[in-house]
Design a binder for this molecule. Structure first.
Ligand code: HEM
Ligand code: HEM
Length: 164
């Protein structure tokens, strides 16, 4: 896979857009939970617009994730910093892989639960949240450690493209 010097503008925009939408979904999901249990109980849906918002935002994440992965496959990503301990670089890479899995798995399990009424998919969706939240926390701590402790450009290169 190619290793450019930095991320492109489109990679940066996609990273922050997906991050914002994921965090929104983690906070705003009560209407969807209510609608889902009403639907399983065969009741008429009350206040469907909140559930629709959760669906639309989540499916937008899925579309953006497909575009993002395609760009990453073609263009690659910058290499880790040689000065950061190898174990931390490895953990950072593993977290990125996990987060990539989640930006696909969360919308897919949610959609399978909602459109096919499969409760097991809803359970996976809930368990997903329990793993995703600490993974994001770990990811943010890693980015801050690179910036403040190892004093490299990891955070800066996800904020500004170097024009490559
Ligand atoms: C970025 C993607 C998504 C994230 C981060 C996300 C996150 C969440 C969270 C945190 C919950 C509450 C889980 C709980 O603790 O009970 C939830 C519930 C739910 N979401 Fe999503 N969601 C996403 C996409 C979707 C999509 C695309 C759909 C459907 C098309 C969907 C359908 C549902 C359903 C049906 C529930 C209720 C599950 C239940 O109550 O058992 N989600 N979602
Ligand atoms: C909100 C706080 C966040 C901060 C401060 C942050 C920061 C960063 C930084 C600095 C990088 C570049 C790492 C490097 O070049 O070595 C990065 C990459 C990445 N971030 Fe985040 N991020 C955040 C949220 C998220 C969220 C919510 C997700 C997805 C759920 C996410 C997924 C990823 C992925 C998959 C990469 C790897 C990109 C690649 O190499 O293709 N990030 N993040």
């Amino acid at each position: 896979m190619p290793q450019p010097r930095g991320y492109s503008s489109i990679q940066i925009i996609l990273h922050w857009t997906i991050a914002a939408l994921i965090i929104f979904q983690l906070f705003v999901n009560e209407a969807m939970q209510r609608a889902f249990s009403e639907r399983l109980d065969g009741e008429s849906l009350d206040g469907f617009s909140g559930a629709l918002l959760h669906m639309v935002v989540g499916l937008t994440v899925l579309v953006l994730a497909v575009i993002r992965l395609a760009i990453r496959t073609i263009r690659g990503a910058p290499p880790p910093h040689a000065d950061t301990p190898a174990i931390l670089n490895w953990l950072g890479h593993a977290t990125h892989v996990l987060l990539y899995c989640f930006i696909f798995a969360m919308p897919l399990t949610g959609a399978i639960a909602w459109f096919f009424g499969i409760e097991f998919a809803a359970e996976l969706h809930e368990v997903g949240r329990l793993i995703l939240v600490p993974a994001i926390g770990f990811h943010v701590i890693g980015a801050l450690a690179e910036h403040f402790v190892y004093r490299n450009d990891t955070l800066r290169r996800m904020l500004r493209s170097n024009g490559d």
